[in-house]
Design a protein around this ligand. Sequence first.
Ligand code: HH2
Length: 273
Amino acid sequence: MVKPLVMGVLNVTPDSFFDGGRYLQTGAAIERGRAMAAEGADIIDIGGESTRPGAQPVPEDEELRRVLPVVASLAGTVRISIDTMKPAVAMAAIAEGASLLNDVGGALGPIAAEQSVGLVVMHRQGMPQDMQRAPHYDDVVGEVHAALAEGATAARSLGVGELYVDPGIGFGKTAAHNLALLAALSRLVAAGEPVLVGASRKSFLGVLAAPAGAAPRPPQDRLPGSLAVASWAMLAGAAIVRVHDVRATVQARELAGPRLCTLGPVAISGAGR
Ligand code: HH2
């Protein structure tokens, strides 16, 4: 089993659903990025435009102003991925040292090929403004897997070398859709392309973890569910988990990876309970 990578989320936005407003100032964002690298993040995914349901688009100059100094400052310390829908932001981030394009909008394949950087092909139904209004699939797993296979083939034919496919948890999906996709993760892994999963702190976790009849748990109260899903994804063979809580996820990886996966006799000293 290849060790899965932990991708730390860094949103330089006022309105992201979990960390919005915390890292809008350049200095705070750089400090958070350095802290996540020290906690063991393999990649930091920097975004300057929220994709939460209902989010409004951010003008290009504003998105550039938010992310570029942060990319430039962190690129020497840790691998940087840029989470954007805009080709100009992707190009500028590459110039500052980003080497992975988190292509949530589906337009960045040609840039990844030309610039010889990695690409995440993510599935979504609709745009953030309307994607959660009435998501519909006849066969969510079949349709998402087929769309990802098509996206991967297109990216490979452009010449993209390093590629990841992502079922796009919460991007035009109900809680039931998300669960079906997570249950089928090992089938997506078996299809052959490395898989990225981003479920951290998302709203379906708040719905599923709430007691019957109670309100959904808020983002602040979704760490246990996030760790459960990250562990599930790693055990299913995901190559990357995209998370807000790097320290906790790195610790979960230590258990979900070499220790529990081997399930054979292992020489461990220390307490048994
Ligand atoms: N989820 C979010 C953003 N980018 N990229 C990929 N590849 N996969 C994901 O699941 C994914 C993503 C949403 O999370 P976050 O960045 O924390 O929120 P916001 O979009 O509100 O900034």
